[in-house]
Design a binder for this molecule. Structure first.
Ligand code: F6R
Length: 249
């Protein structure tokens, strides 16, 4: 099923695997149309299969990231690329190490730099690259996008944020047992995300159903950061049936 939901095109697919295949196909099409595309990338469980598919497309079809520039949404404060729980390490494992992207064009916010300096530098790098073309997004159980937790201003820019209890609980399985989770992170702001030319949000599973309904079926409000997507002219939401089950209720 595909329909226009407010300004957002909603595509409900049968299975999580089909969501991943469709997302990978759209990212590959963007790169084929524009080999020096500027992509916005996300971490988390949702894009894992998307990245595996892009790696396979690189190996099997020659899809090349050689001229691609990428900017990730966020990084934990205090974690550098050598820490396996950093988002930089995740991206290396799941995507960058599987394709031919140039290391100096694959960017994440710097979790080790003083936060204000890291944030300003990141915004400047995005501007210098000509802005983000296609931005991939996930959605938190609490409606967050990137690490913009409920209450975040829709005009917010890249900055240091305090992670909510809900987010820290959701991400705890990514850390070794007994490890202390970072309390803060650097994240692109909602205003930064809304400046990308196109947004592609993925939502998989029943635990995303309430957040997705709040994002798409209610008027935009900082209570649900993902509802800011309704303000963007070019958004596609790809979700499976479980994530869609509260839509239109
Ligand atoms: C990741 C990010 C987060 C996740 C969201 C969903 O870079 O910014 O907003 O997209 O927390 O996470 P998963 O996919 O693990 O359910």
């Amino acid at each position: 099923m595909s329909l226009v939901h407010h300004s957002v095109t909603l595509v409900v697919l049968q299975e999580p695997e089909i969501v991943a295949a469709e997302a990978a196909a759209r990212i590959a099409a963007e790169i084929r149309a524009q080999p020096d595309a500027v992509l916005g990338l996300a971490t988390g469980r949702t894009p894992l299969t998307v990245y595996a598919r892009l790696g396979a497309m690189h190996r099997e079809t020659g899809l090349s990231f050689r001229q691609v520039t990428s900017f990730n949404l966020d990084e934990y404060r205090g974690l550098g690329p050598s820490d396996p729980t950093s988002f930089a390490a995740y991206m290396q494992r799941e995507l960058f190490g599987r394709v031919d992207i140039c290391a100096d064009r694959a960017h994440l916010p710097d979790g080790l730099m003083p936060p204000q300096q890291a944030a300003e530098r990141y915004e400047a790098m995005i501007r210098a690259a000509g802005g983000i073309g296609l931005q991939l997004l996930g959605i938190g159980n609490n409606g967050h996008i990137a690490f913009n937790e409920p209450g975040s201003d829709f005009a917010s820019r890249t900055r240091e944020v305090t992670l909510s209890e809900a987010t820290r609980n959701a991400n705890a399985p990514d850390f070794p047992p007994g490890a202390l989770l970072p309390e803060t992170a650097l994240t692109m702001g909602i205003g930064t995300i809304l400046e990308a030319r196109e947004l592609l949000l993925l939502a998989i599973g029943a635990r995303k159903a309430d957040a997705l309904a709040n994002a798409l079926d209610k008027p935009p409000s900082p209570d649900c950061p993902a509802s800011a997507l309704q303000l963007h002219p070019r958004v596609t939401v790809l979700c499976d049936r479980a994530a869609a089950r509260r839509l239109g209720a």
